[in-house]
Design a protein around this ligand. Structure first.
Ligand code: SF4
Ligand code: MG
Length: 322
């Protein structure tokens, strides 16, 4: 069987498509030890790309990703067991020909974290941590449900005792009831880890409801830029960026009859040709002349809260003079 890392490396080693998309621009984000930062945006906004750069799978063309002060090693996953990534589709990320026990043991053995002889105990303990019966270790991924497979994927990451987890839409492919189970598992793991080094994570999702439950802070991304960053409670109670407000308004609320969506006006522009100035201006109800020419920087608007919007920084009326 070809380990995932090798398949990924082979895929990444292929020549790049001729037209490079600048998926992520001017992003600055720090995740503190023990903290969970949620990263939210519509599909195509660059959140997965950012997650992959954090995990060392992609290398940024400019700038750097630092982990504990040192640049993240290219090759991510395989080279550095300290940063682990969990993907949306657990079926695609698990080797169908490997028993799940072997899948969980593979990384720790390869990195010398545990001996072959010691792997059994680690596998049993790790499967138990994610709520799976260790007796299931001899089964293959297709013998599990989607939720169980995601538990296996989480176990594979945890077995390496990572200092940082990057979770890219970890529940998006699961049924809603199973989503809740996996999210609860994540929160239980967090609580269990809180006494030790914590479960420092970047939690990527298009779903504001999901992120609200698991994150200490939330970053909102739009067309490759972070447009708002705030403590979770602040973001939901007092969003500062018009896009964040529009996203919150588009979430159907339970208990208001049948949930009503208020879709955001206009279409998501192509990331290949984002609008000039503030990328959000064609869809923004507050856009002024300045917004069409000058990209707003992500600046503080309240303690712990930053937004990239001229409304908070000098107004939208005047066009840029610089
Ligand atoms: Fe809207 Fe202007 Fe703020 Fe962009 S900078 S979000 S267009 S008000
Ligand atoms: Mg994605």
């Amino acid at each position: 069987p070809v380990p995932l890392g090798d398949r990924l490396a082979a895929w990444l080693g292929r020549p790049r498509p001729p037209r490079a998309v600048q998926a992520v621009t001017d992003v600055s984000l720090t995740v503190a030890r023990g903290e969970v930062v949620g990263l939210v945006g519509e599909s195509g906004c660059g959140k997965s790309t950012l997650g992959r750069m954090v995990a060392g799978i992609y290398t940024p063309s400019e700038g750097a990703v630092l982990f504990e002060g040192a640049p993240v090693m290219p090759g991510g996953h395989k080279r550095s067991p300290r940063v682990q990534m969990i993907h949306q589709d657990p079926f695609a990320s698990l080797d169908p020909r490997m028993k799940v026990g072997e899948t969980v043991a593979e990384g720790p053995v390869a990195h010398g974290i545990v001996s072959r002889a010691g792997a059994d105990a680690l596998v049993a303990e790790t499967l138990r941590r994610v709520g799976l019966d260790p007796a299931l270790r001899n089964r293959y991924p297709h013998q599990f449900s989607g939720g169980q497979r995601q538990r296996v994927a989480i176990a594979r990451a945890l077995a390496l005792n990572p200092a940082l987890l990057v979770l890219d839409e970890p529940v998006a492919s699961l049924d809603v009831s199973i989503q809740a189970q996996v999210l609860n598992l994540f929160m239980d793991l967090r609580e269990a880890a809180a006494g030790g080094s914590g479960l420092t994570s970047l939690f990527i999702s298009h779903d504001l409801g999901v992120v609200r439950h698991v994150s200490d802070r939330v970053a909102i991304m739009y067309l490759g830029r972070i447009v708002e960053l705030a403590p979770t409670r602040t973001l939901y109670a007092a969003p500062a960026h018009p896009y964040t407000r529009a996203l919150l308004d588009s979430v159907p609320r339970l208990g208001q009859g049948r949930g009503v969506f208020h879709p955001i006006a206009g279409e998501l522009p192509s990331p290949l040709a984002p609008p000039p100035g503030c990328h959000f201006h064609p869809r923004c109800p507050h856009a002024g002349p300045r917004c069409r020419v000058e990209a707003p920087a992500l600046l503080p608007v309240a303690p712990g809260q930053s937004a990239a919007c001229h409304l908070h920084h000098g107004g939208t009326a005047a066009a840029a003079t610089a």
